[in-house]
Design a protein around this ligand. Structure first.
Ligand code: ZN
Length: 269
């Protein structure tokens, strides 16, 4: 029978009641040395020192772009590329979205020879519908504009606000009276140029800026603004903000009306 020696060792470390010393743990150092050799081989392909020769992740993933792309290439498109692969149930939602857009994307990218030109700006320019620049764009979108004001004035110029005349055209039964002056028929032209209340607000602003203006219909008012609100002066900037802001205050009755309509429509018939 083979007899061992005390102390008994477990994984190379002596099982003793006293505190372990560095000498007792020498065996563990061997494991660390083996790991070091493995790491050196992984980084530089030999067991000599890897100091100063480490390869960065960026370099390791060159051609892949990111760890995620490397993973996708390794596990999802191992034998077939993205354009010819079949959709699999285990693909995540990003890949599912990409597969839905594959036919559209293939039309976009089929003629690409230089892939370095592809970026978000290039894609946006190639998928959006370009229209002619409208004459009134600088009244709505200008440096320092307030998005909420600009959005409402943009909808007003396009006559897309839910004014009562439009709601009536859609077959929604609402009273047609102007919520601001109680005397006119609520339409875009009325509440933003003909309404006594709205014009009172606008003319008060003009007077505060030392200006005056004859009462104008909607189209003439827009023409006046295009003609007079040019340049980058402080006065022009204030008047543009005030004009687009007056849409928000005048349009409040429109918003209130539309929310009432939504409430009525949400109730069961
Ligand atoms: Zn009115």
């Amino acid at each position: 029978m083979l007899h061992g020696n005390l102390p008994v060792r477990y994984l190379g470390v002596p099982l003793v009641t006293r505190k372990l010393t560095g000498k007792d743990c020498t065996a563990l150092g061997v494991i660390r040395d083996v790991e070091k050799l493995c790491m050196r081989f992984f980084w530089i392909g030999s067991d000599s020192s890897a100091r100063g020769a480490r390869v960065s992740w960026k370099q390791i993933l060159v051609g892949e772009g990111s760890l995620w792309i490397a993973w996708v290439n390794a596990y999802c498109f191992r034998s077939v590329d993205f354009w010819h692969a079949d959709y699999r149930a285990h693909f995540n939602w990003i890949l599912a979205k990409m597969f839905k857009l594959r036919s559209e994307a293939s039309r976009l990218f089929c003629s690409i020879r230089n892939w370095t030109q592809i970026n978000a700006s290039w894609i946006w320019d190639n998928i959006r519908c370009r229209g002619e620049k409208v004459s009134w764009h600088r009244l709505v979108w200008f440096p320092g504009h307030i998005p909420k004001f600009s959005l409402i004035s943009w909808m007003a110029i396009l006559d897309r606000l839910p004014t009562k005349d439009r709601l009536a055209r859609f077959g929604i039964a609402v009273d047609s009276g102007c919520g601001l002056c109680r005397s006119g028929f609520e339409s875009r032209d009325h509440i933003f140029s003909d309404c006594a209340f709205a014009m009172g607000v606008w003319h008060t602003i003009l007077n505060a800026c030392g200006l005056s203006q004859e009462p104008l219909c909607w189209n003439d008012l827009v023409c006046w603004l295009l003609l007079n609100l040019k340049g980058k002066s402080l006065l022009v900037h204030i008047l543009k903000l005030a004009w687009s802001g007056s849409f928000t205050s005048s349009g409040r009755s429109v918003t209130t009306c539309s929310s009432e309509v939504r409430l009525v429509r949400s109730k069961p018939l």
